[in-house]
Design a protein around this ligand. Structure first.
Ligand code: KG4
Ligand code: ZN
Length: 387
């Protein structure tokens, strides 16, 4: 018998609902993005996020059911994100999920958003008809809100991976900004619009291609800063991205020649011109060098620490998930480096990398099967460790 779980996600700025069958088959996945609302502020404004979730939650759930060709009564359980995230945002999805479960008399399973990102990787492997990752694995969750490394073990170690019970040990995390946050802040400094990740990715990639650089990455002109690797005392699997953001800030302050380009791009953004092609025309070679230097520094840091963690823990796979996992240079660098180390790297498609509810429904499935049920006292948690 098929078990259909309705997943609900509202931890940040995406209102999402999805129906997933048996933890592996996506019957529908609907995401209402709030990016247009937050764009003018250059980041997510928590109260606006909560209000938008309230506007979207009912239609988004309705659409997820319609696309799956199901009615509410056909759902076997509801999986809802409990945290970590913005409490006011989480409460919208969580309360709606709770009320639906009670009204329908169906089980409710609380899901850690980070575990959802891990399951996005497993869902993608099913979707693509690929082999599932082998465990133990190292998982890098890298988004606008998170940059964390986990060691993931599974029991049973092989067999029906859908019923896999996963256990997590945190290896490290960012001590300040998340990697996606650094992308967004640097994009703001350079007047590249919001969110910064996709545009920096496109500009840096086209810059490299344009140079016909024979595969070389990074800065080409003498003026671009050479950001050093972030040196951290203590845990080698921790990250820090506030330093590079500050380095870009000081570099721009000390190099007045960047100011006219920034002013021109600000004007273009005000006119609604924000495509990579439009902004690329307003970026000189020095600016593109700076963007490429920023990106390669972040990518090397993410890849270097993740692979070092994989080696140290004798991991058999590397999983990479979260919005920044969509980055083309990160994907290429992981593939290249992992091939050298004989590791297999698993990354979701873009749609499953960024926040969605299919990953929440998928993460709820093994917990539902293990008999987990959320109580009436279920509450939203801004901080929620993954264990
Ligand atoms: O997972 P996500 O949708 O939301 C959370 O933060 O949870 O991730 C959004 C973040 C933003 O910071 C965005 O700039 C970044 O992911 N991002 C990227 C790319 N696409 C999105 N960063 C680098 N390269 C990309 N292609
Ligand atoms: Zn996320």
């Amino acid at each position: 018998m098929t078990t259909r779980i309705l997943g609900i996600e509202s931890s940040c700025d995406e209102t999402a609902a999805a129906v997933v069958a048996d933890g592996r088959e996506i019957l529908s996945s609907v995401v209402a993005s709030q990016v247009e609302i937050h764009r003018k502020y250059g980041g997510v404004v928590p109260e606006l996020a909560s209000r938008e979730h309230l506007r979207h939650i009912v239609p988004v759930v309705r659409e997820a059911l319609e696309r799956a060709g199901l009615r509410l009564e056909d759902i076997d359980a509801i999986g809802v994100t409990r945290g970590p995230g913005l409490v006011g945002a989480l409460l919208v999805g969580l309360t709606y999920g709770k009320v639906l479960a009670q009204a329908l008399g169906k089980p409710l399973v609380a899901v850690n958003h980070l575990e959802g990102h891990v399951h996005a990787v497993l869902l993608e492997a099913y979707r693509a008809g690929n082999a599932q990752p082998e465990f133990p694995a190292v998982c890098l969750i890298v988004s606008g809100g998170h940059t964390q490394l986990y060691h993931v073990e599974a029991s049973p170690a092989s067999g029906d991976s859908v019923a896999l019970q996963l256990r997590y040990r945190k290896l490290g995390g960012t001590r300040d900004d998340a990697a996606g946050e650094a992308y967004d802040k640097v994009a703001k400094l350079l007047a590249l619009g919001y969110p910064g990740g996709p545009i920096i990715d496109q500009l840096a990639s086209s810059h490299r291609r344009g140079q016909g650089s024979g595969g070389g990455f990074g800065p080409r002109t003498g003026t671009a800063p050479r950001f050093g690797p972030t040196k951290l005392r203590g845990n080698p699997f921790d990250f820090s991205f506030s330093g590079i953001k500050t380095a870009v800030l000081y570099f721009l302050r000390d190099h007045a020649e960047f100011a006219p380009g920034i002013a021109a791009r600000k004007a273009a953004l005000r006119e609604g011109k924000r495509s990579a092609a439009e902004l690329a025309q307003l970026c000189d070679a020095q600016t593109l060098d700076l963007i490429a230097a920023f990106q390669i520094t972040v990518v090397r840091d993410l890849v270097g620490r993740t692979l070092a963690a994989a080696r140290e823990t004798a991991a058999r796979s590397v999983l990479v998930s979260g919005g920044v996992a969509a980055n083309s240079e990160l994907r290429a660098a992981f593939d290249l480096a992992a091939a050298k180390d004989g590791l297999r790297v698993f990354m979701p498609s873009r749609a499953l990398s960024t926040d969605n509810a299919a990953m929440i429904a998928a993460a709820a499935y093994p917990r539902l099967m293990a008999g987990e049920r959320a109580g009436e006292d279920l509450d939203a948690e801004a901080v929620l460790p993954l264990v």
